[in-house]
Design a protein around this ligand. Sequence first.
Ligand code: NAD
Length: 519
Amino acid sequence: MTAPTQEHRPNRVAPRIDVYCPADGRLVGSVPDLGAAGVAAAAAELRAAQPAWEDLGPDGRAKHMRNFLDWILDNEKRLVGIMQEETGKSWGDAGLEVAMCVDLINYYTSHAKEFLADRDIKSWGAAGMTKNLRVFVRPYQLVGMITPWNGPLGGPMLDGVAALMAGAAVLFKPSEVTPLTWTEATRGWLEDISAPPVMANVTGGPETGAAVVENVDMIMFTGSTRTGRRIAARAGERLIPCSLELGGKDAMVVLADADLDRASSAAAWGSMWNSGQICISVERVYVEAPVYDEFVTKVTEKVRSLRQGMDPDESFSSDIGAMATENQLSIVERHVQDALAKGARALTGGKRAAHGLFFEPTVLVDVDHSMACMREETFGPTMPIMKVADEDEAIRLANDSEYGLSASVWTKDRVRGDRVARRLEAGAVNINNVMISTFQLPLPMSGWKTSGVGSRSGGAAGMLKYCRQKSVVSEKVHLKAEPHWYPYKPGASKLQARMVRLLGAHDWRRRLGLSPRSR
Ligand code: NAD
């Protein structure tokens, strides 16, 4: 299958970016590198289309969004195929991105009306007694969405559905490594379901991404901490809001009373899903000494039995696919070699495959925090496991990281689970599960430390972040003038000052305006 190519502006002569399948090196498509001029043109078209989109209201927008859901399901096999070709994922890993789309569209279309509704607010204080307070919301006209290569369909959808349902137009900039799936999704939106032209796909590299930041009213960025810093700096200069979902080094803490069968299955899936190329991947495991050997034996068996390859159409004959880029593969290789050179052992895996960008699913033991695999984001199919004396040591080591995206704790004791969850420095903690918090859309996903700024999802907050809030005050009773307006008069102004004391002071001396006792 060859992925279609769709250009934002077919007549424009732009340099092209070729896309290769990481599993076998085939050329599978190409897209234009639109650069600053292409981005500016797309932004102008989106701005022209946005007011009518906003006017449709949540129900009108939901109709188009549900048509899009139907289109995604009708084209599921083709989309998964394109995704697989540009990422080298297994069919099963790629298929989960479609499930995410279904969930996101159903969630935001069924809640948009409630999330965007005018809110009545209880007034405050004596001055508020004669006032009605409300908050209206209006979307940012144009939101920029820059995404990485690890989730070519799920990545843009994760934030895009909420922004579109809020009434914004969205300028999407997919990764130059994997631009084909989102190019096809955008074509489907514009051509196959004839939805309003409020999403545009501007393909290209970092320069195109930088141009997106220049042209939008709000920027949502998902990607590396390094690029996130640059985007935040430029957004600061432009004084536009930015929301950043960045890297992670998620820790898994396995306590002695954990269900080791479940924990070891979760560790195998949580560290190897998408070949470990997900920000919330299990990147390091800390196991209490009494169960360390048993956990390691179980998890090694499970990782060793994983089938690696890019499986054909819906065969589900592979579990784990390729790495997306040579650069990413070499980072994984460096982390594993650094660990082995410093005394770690690979119980399974440990090297790249002879062909294609595959790295063997790898379990490392005898690791410590002097090694890159425990400190830097690996973003690959590795599971370094460290033995710890107790809960305190596990927490101390888990928190010894510049990242704080999410984490997990494994125990049958609820109190202990909550206690550890509270102490872990991460934006989300799953107790006896991995990664699941990200896919529960009512929960906020917010990276602590260098893992992010702001948050995504979180119920209404996930949509309101794409809106400006407008506070509206109206009068309950019609007065000729407010007591604090001009002209000031001794009688009325003094009475007002006395009222402020009477109602606002915390003790009788001040309420009554008596002089302080002399010392
Ligand atoms: P990256 O930062 O290199 O690139 C991400 C996107 O930014 C790409 O589209 C790229 O073209 C664009 N870009 C690069 N330089 C830019 C610039 N100066 N201005 C504007 N845009 C620019 O990241 P990557 O290597 O594609 O993705 C891997 C990273 O993404 C990992 O660190 C991973 O943890 C992170 N990630 C985070 C989340 C999350 O939700 N927290 C999710 C997925 C991936």
